[in-house]
Design a protein around this ligand. Structure first.
Ligand code: BES
Ligand code: MN
Ligand code: ZN
Length: 499
């Protein structure tokens, strides 16, 4: 979607397929709504007098003017009490704008946003959020459909920011939002692709393509042979049962001097998780194609970082493998040696995410990271604990956890911190190895994080369990989370202010 800022004096005079104007409770109109009401002889006030729209944040009403040469449609959006505008109200307004556009065929639209800025949400932050949400709303999955289905008709959105906002600054914020929105869509597309297309090799090729198109990015793919030489016995125990070779994908973005320590993102990229020999039940097993959504979010974030050209260094590591049963597959009770030297008793081959991640996290040490964040659809237990709203977050550093929380708030892609207490560690002690890969029925998301914590002692680290947030079941589809949060985290580290 093409999104840009304008300064318009009269909402009634601008030609458009759809003018979007805020209204407030108690029949109060925004300036733009008043201008439209005047131009179209009371159509807005008539609708309000009839009670068709109240003005609470998120209410919408679509009106047709019958004027094909001026303003064709008016989308009224309730913004709630004007003096009480806050983050939550703005979010509802933006969601309602996008939903309103989805419900009509307007090819272009003008959003009169000048009266939406408030102390809680400055114009820059509002515009970034608007562009991000609008761009994400224009995503449509088509790759494996023989006939594409119609998506959002709106291809061009003008935002009237009023005279108080400089157009250049407004356009900068809109551009950032659009770039993050595109990153979100990259993650959704990779997540949605079926497991027979999106294999570890497919992901490796995506990384190669990204590096080819960007001089600041280099890619290296570690094959199974190199992984064996590095001693990644844990990672390789997961791919043992699959015909598809595992890949450890390394992408290095250099936006700052080589002396600056990088932020490292690590994504779980299980392109299909059958459970292996500890086979999963059949119901909903198709959804385990989404078990690479952590990896997808790393790709999406790298796309956004490249587009935004951030002045920082970022390393992306994607641990890509299938998890399938076969005569060569790892069995419950097998003991493997990880790259760190720690031995692992594999009691359940379905707890495979931690097995590929632990070796990748050990590999991350060589980049002397500023911080390492891993993102993984790691445990069903996290879905039980937090549902689909919050990512489970674990961290061995309070400041890192606070920074991620702040980034989650500003992007409304929020994590919730969970305990990494030592008390839980004994649940994964094994009589036959240094560690076992499951911790019993209690605190499954926590013991998975505790497993990873044994491999991340050398740097500042956070783990995001996105099992509940990475995709929706109805309608089925990847959400692109937490690309919004990670992009905001990196924007903050780069010192970029949204204004
Ligand atoms: N990919 C799954 C986690 C998952 C399950 C995510 C359902 C989203 C929805 C992971 O590999 C897994 O199978 N975890 C097991 C761990 C258990 C065997 C300790 C789980 O959560 O059941
Ligand atoms: Mn599993
Ligand atoms: Zn899994």
């Amino acid at each position: 979607m093409d999104i840009s800022a304008r300064t318009l004096k009269d909402a009634g005079a601008a030609r458009t397929a759809c003018a979007i104007a805020p209204v407030y409770p108690r029949k109060q109109l925004s300036g733009a709504a008043k201008q439209l009401d005047k131009r179209y002889r009371g159509i807005v006030s008539a609708a309000i007098a009839a009670g068709d729209i109240g003005g609470n944040a998120g209410d919408t009403l679509l009106l047709h003017t019958g004027d094909s040469k001026g303003v064709q449609r008016i989308l009224l959006v309730g913004a709630g009490t004007r003096s009480k505008l806050d983050t939550a109200a703005i979010r509802k307004v933006i969601a309602a704008v996008v939903k309103g556009l989805r419900s009509c065929k307007a090819k272009d639209a003008i959003l009169h946003a000048e009266e939406l800025a408030c102390d809680a949400v400055p114009m820059g932050a509002l515009l970034e959020q608007l562009a991000r949400t609008a761009e994400a709303a224009s995503y449509q999955y088509t790759e494996t459909l023989s006939k594409p289905r119609p998506g959002l008709a709106t291809a061009r959105l003008l935002v009237n920011c009023g005279e108080a906002t400089k157009t250049a600054a407004a356009n900068r914020a809109l551009k950032l939002g659009k770039q993050i929105g595109e990153g979100i869509n990259v993650a959704r597309e990779l997540g949605n692709l079926p497991g027979n297309i999106c294999t570890p090799s497919y992901l490796a090729n995506e990384a190669r393509k990204l590096a080819k198109a960007n001089s600041k990015l280099t890619t290296r793919i570690l094959e199974e042979k190199q992984m064996r030489e590095l001693g990644m016995g844990s990672f390789l125990s997961v791919s043992a049962g699959s015909e598809q070779p595992a890949k450890l994908i390394v992408m290095q973005y250099k936006g700052a001097a080589a002396s600056k320590k990088p932020y490292v993102l690590v994504g779980k990229g299980i392109t299909f998780d059958s459970g292996g020999i500890s086979l999963k039940p059949g119901a909903k097993m198709d959804e385990m194609k989404f078990d690479m959504c952590g990896a997808a979010s790393v790709f999406g974030t790298m796309n956004a970082v490249l587009a935004m050209n951030l002045p920082i260094n970022v390393v992306a590591l994607v641990a890509a493998s299938e998890n399938l049963p076969s005569g060569k597959a790892t069995k419950p009770g097998d003991v493997v040696t990880s790259m760190s030297g720690q031995t692992i008793e594999i009691l359940n081959t379905d707890a495979e995410g931690r097995l590929v991640l632990c070796d990748t996290l050990t590999y991350a040490e060589r980049f002397k990271p500023q911080a390492v964040i891993d993102i993984a659809t790691l445990t069903g237990a996290c879905v039980v604990a937090l549902g689909s709203h919050a990512h489970g977050m674990y961290a061995n550093d309070d400041k890192l956890a606070e920074q991620l929380t702040a980034a989650g708030d500003s992007s409304h892609d929020r994590p919730w911190r969970m305990p990494l207490w030592d008390d839980y560690q004994k649940q994964i002690d094994s009589p036959f190895a240094d560690i076992q890969n499951i911790g019993g029925p209690g605190g499954g998301s926590i013991t998975a994080a505790c497993f990873l914590a044994r491999f991340t002692k050398k740097y500042k680290w956070a783990h995001l369990d996105i099992a509940g947030t990475a995709w929706d079941s109805a309608p089925k589809g990847a959400t692109g989370r937490p690309v919004g949060m990670l992009s905001h985290y990196l924007l903050d580290r780069a010192g970029v202010k949204l204004g």
